[in-house]
Design a protein. Structure first.
Length: 132
C-alpha cells in the first residue's frame, strides 16, 4: 500500500492509519466524574478500573451527555448514583426551569442519563446530584 509506505516514512514513530494525537480520558469533581473520548468501550474499563467514578461524561455532537456508572456489568440496572430525582423525565424548557441551567436538554425517566449543551453546565448538574 503506497499510502502506508509514505505514512511510515513521513512519521516513523507512529504506525500508519493511527492518529498522531489521541485524546486522553479526564477526571473531574474529585475523581467522581470521568470524561471519556471512546464511548463504545467505557463500561468495562470504568466498572473494574475506576471504583470512585460515579458518572461517565462524553461529547455527543454539540452536546455533552452523562451516564451514571452501573454497579457491575452483570447488574446494569443498579447504578452508583442517579441524577436529582426532581429532574427525571424532564426535557427542554421544563428541565431548564427546574435546574436553572440554560443549556440543560434532557434527563432520562430513570435518572441514569443527563444531557446539556456545555460541559461546564453538565458538571454543575452532576455536582448538584452528587450532593443531594
Amino acid at each position: 500500500n503506497m499510502f502506508a509506505t509514505i505514512a511510515s516514512i513521513a512519521n516513523p514513530f507512529h504506525p500508519p492509519y493511527q492518529p498522531i494525537y489521541e485524546e486522553q480520558d479526564e477526571l473531574f469533581l474529585s475523581g467522581r466524574v470521568l470524561m471519556v473520548h471512546d464511548i463504545k468501550s467505557w463500561a468495562r474499563k470504568v466498572v473494574h478500573g475506576y471504583p470512585d467514578v460515579q458518572v461517565v461524561v462524553y461529547r455527543l455532537f454539540n452536546n455533552y451527555s452523562a451516564v451514571a456508572v452501573p454497579v457491575s456489568l452483570e447488574n446494569t440496572k443498579a447504578r452508583r448514583m442517579k441524577f436529582n430525582e426532581s429532574w427525571h423525565g424532564l426535557s427542554g424548557d421544563t428541565l431548564r426551569r427546574a435546574t436553572g441551567i440554560e443549556t440543560a436538554n434532557f434527563c432520562s425517566e430513570d435518572g441514569k442519563t443527563l444531557n446539556c449543551g456545555s460541559l461546564s453546565d453538565l458538571l454543575i448538574l452532576i455536582d448538584a446530584s452528587l450532593h443531594q
